[in-house]
Design a protein around this ligand. Structure first.
Ligand code: AP5
Length: 226
């Protein structure tokens, strides 16, 4: 039985940061749809051309394109033990598609980690975020700054601000989250899968809370060290 976990929450709340850390703790791969789209855009693929306008405007890429991409990626051998999903599903149709994809493999979702923070915290995190050009490593000007200004600690590449972290696009992304994604909170709560996490604490504290919550609410997590 594989371990399949979803990170749910508003833009910039720290889903990517925590999904990466949890993937390391559990030894399970992380799949972030936003990262996949940015990679396709960078490589100027057909899919990247289709996705670019949506990302620039802060709205959702069509379900057809997104679900097909996730379905295809999850066939990779690295996901046999399960997956930590970040940024997917983002609406009810994607949630239904995910159930179908997992059911075809004889699996189901184990938990949905809903990371919460106030709008002020979210805006501060998004406006201070910087990302490395080469591999997407994540920094924050105040909370996790690079050792050398403007350069990635890991690969030395240039740090840049994502196009969709401009104020007008941030506002649109928050609106899209409220309209399309936030109904999933109730959807998963009713299914008994929702685990609520206070995302306003520093990164290591949020990480610890997530591990604690999983150890308490989900059985069979042999690698979780609390
Ligand atoms: P995506 O890349 O998924 O963006 P998002 O959901 O808006 O999330 P973010 O990546 O902005 O934030 P995050 O919560 O991961 O926060 P992070 O850890 O980086 O999607 C982008 C676009 O792709 C969408 O708008 C859409 O167009 C498209 N798309 C993606 N998925 C799709 C789907 N399923 N369907 C259709 N379209 C889709 O943290 C943010 C900052 O805060 C960082 O600087 C970090 O260092 C800092 N930070 C994190 N945690 C803390 C903490 N605890 N304390 C202090 N600082 C912190």
């Amino acid at each position: 039985m594989s371990v399949n976990i979803v990170f749910l929450g508003p833009p910039g709340v720290g889903k990517g940061t925590q999904a990466h850390l949890l993937a390391k703790s559990l030894g399970i791969h992380h799949l972030a749809t936003g990262d996949l789209f940015r990679e396709e855009i960078k490589n100027q693929t057909e899919l990247g051309r289709k996705a670019k306008n949506y990302l620039d405007q802060g709205v959702l890429v069509s379900d057809e394109v997104t679900v097909a991409m996730v379905r295809e990626r999850l066939q990779g051998d690295q996901y046999q033990k399960g997956v930590i999903l970040d940024g997917f599903p983002r609406n009810r149709d994607q949630a239904a598609a995910l159930d179908g994809i997992l059911a075809q493999r004889g699996n189901a979702l184990r938990a949905v980690l809903f990371v919460k923070a106030s709008p002020q915290v979210i805006i501060e995190r998004l406006s201070g975020r910087r990302v490395c050009r080469a591999a997407g490593h994540n920094y924050h000007l105040l909370y996790s700054p690079p050792r050398v200004e403007g350069k990635c600690d890991i690969d030395g590449s240039e740090l840049y601000q994502r196009d969709d972290d401009r104020p007008e696009v941030i506002a649109r992304r928050i609106e899209v989250y409220r309209e399309s994604t936030s109904p999933l909170i109730e959807h998963y709560r009713q299914r008994g899968l929702l685990v609520e996490i206070d995302g306003e604490q520093p990164i290591p504290v949020v990480q610890e809370k997530i591990l604690e919550a999983l150890a308490i609410s989900v059985n069979d997590f042999p690698k979780v060290q609390v």
